[in-house]
Design a protein around this ligand. Structure first.
Ligand SMILES: *Cc1c(COP(=O)(O)O)cnc(C)c1O
Length: 419
């Protein structure tokens, strides 16, 4: 299923009024659904002694939504200076933040160490000598290479730019220890939008095995393992949701076994973005044009600036029309960019639509607004938060031309190289 029946029922009840008040287009996020998903994740991992979700900020970098994560005890997974700044703006500090950057610049290391620091997750062995100071707690991102196949979306680990290779792993921890690190974590991220829970169980098994190996070679213990993000959501109606209950149970068993053998349990971390917010967001947009040439096109008042995934990856997003059902006709639902991939749906069976119809595009709560771009000078839309009490809060206004033009030089601003 795409968005839950509960969410769509509540949405359909109030959408007309919301559209009248705020006008389209907008992304709308559902507090109730986000909290339910967060609590389900916590429950699923009740069998490990210590569990923490670090919400992947890039999925939905809005402080109002991030505060929901904070209220559930979650931390933040950041990979840029902006994401660090946003997390700190709402009060996250130190080990509530995991910094998983790659190809990291000196500026980024400085930002990571500022304001009480964070958990540094290093992407390469060469970075050990580039960080100004070795923190007490250090983590490495592991790339198992041919030992593991990634899923089809994220690709083959051997071809992936991320992480420390298997042969470097032991040396990485040895060097970090020599430079003064006292506490350790191990991270990997091998899958994206994975719906098979067994994949995450295997990832956990692999990391715990590496922990055993590194610990015995270097006489250290591990504070945590981080199995990454990549928990999937069903975008298509025929897809089944990830079985988090089984995932939690099977992963907890591995942790129990580890404890029996080694006398302690590391903390378990995940850094989900999509799973936490993806199904709890919709892009609401109005039909404004209908065009019949070789195909029928329904033009809407938003475009790839609001949602890149269909155009960029050919990703499927389910689309509902408020107050209409049926498979009356086959259409392309399109935006207004001068790019022929600016389509939210291609040759999709839809109810018969007319100008003024309100459409909602499902599952835009993660990697939706945040991925939008400004090509053609198309502004990104506003973001709304549907609170549990039914009120609707504006949590980001729409972009305006002044925002788009803010970086332009209208006065002359010239550098002339000396002879
Ligand atoms: C993007 C990303 C995530 C989140 O991925 P989802 O598919 O949204 O769960 C987590 N960790 C890292 C390092 C990432 O790059």
């Amino acid at each position: 299923m795409p968005v839950s029946n509960d969410f769509s029922a509540r949405l359909e009840q109030s959408l007309e009024g919301i559209v009248e008040h705020y006008s389209t287009p907008f992304h709308l996020y559902d507090e109730k659904g986000i909290r339910e998903t967060g609590n389900a994740l916590i429950d699923a991992f009740a069998g490990v002694e210590s569990f923490r979700e670090y919400f992947a900020v890039k999925a939905l970098p809005n402080p109002s939504v991030m505060k929901l994560m904070q209220s559930m005890g979650f931390g933040f997974d950041c990979s840029s200076i902006a994401e660090l700044a946003l997390s700190r703006q709402i009060g996250a500090r130190g080990e509530e933040i995991m910094f998983t950057s790659n190809n990291t610049s000196p500026k980024e290391f400085a930002a990571a160490a500022a304001d009480g620091g964070c958990i540094l997750n290093l992407d390469d062995i060469s970075l050990i000598d580039k960080i100004p100071e070795m923190p007490e707690l250090i983590c490495f991102r592991y790339n198992p290479g041919e030992r593991r196949t990634g899923n089809s979306i994220i690709g083959n680990p051997v071809e992936s730019k991320y992480g420390v290779s298997h042969d470097q792993l032991l040396d990485a921890y040895r060097q970090a220890k020599a430079r003064g690190a006292k506490r350790f974590g191990l991270h990997t991220m091998l899958a994206s939008n994975e719906l098979n829970h067994a994949y995450m169980v295997e990832t956990t098994r692999m990391l715990l095995e590496r922990v055993e190996w590194i610990s015995s070679e270097l006489d250290i213990t591990f504070d945590f393992i981080n199995i990454g993000g990549g928990l999937g959501i069903p975008y298509r109606p025929e897809e089944k949701p990830l079985d988090v209950v089984s995932m939690g149970r099977e992963i907890s068993k591995l942790f129990e076994l580890f404890k029996k053998q080694h006398g302690y349990m590391p903390k378990l971390c995940v850094e989900s973005g999509r799973y936490m917010t993806g199904p709890h967001g919709v892009l609401v947009t109005s039909a404004i044009n209908r065009k019949e040439i070789y195909r029928t096109y329904v033009g809407v008042d938003s475009c790839m600036s609001s949602l890149m995934r269909p155009g960029m990856y050919g990703a499927y997003h389910h689309i509902s029309v408020l107050g209409k059902t049926g498979d009356d006709e086959t259409v392309d639902v399109v935006g207004s960019l001068c790019e022929n991939n600016d389509k939210f749906a291609v040759q999709r069976s839809m109810p018969r639509m007319a100008d003024g119809d309100i459409l909602y595009i499902h599952d835009t709560g993660a990697h939706g607004h945040s991925m939008g771009f400004n090509y053609n000078g198309k502004p990104r839309p506003k973001e709304l938060l549907l609170r549990e009490d039914g009120s609707v809060e504006l949590i980001r206004r729409e972009e305006r031309l002044n925002d788009l033009f803010a970086t332009l030089s209208f006065e002359s601003n010239t550098y002339t190289p000396a002879d």
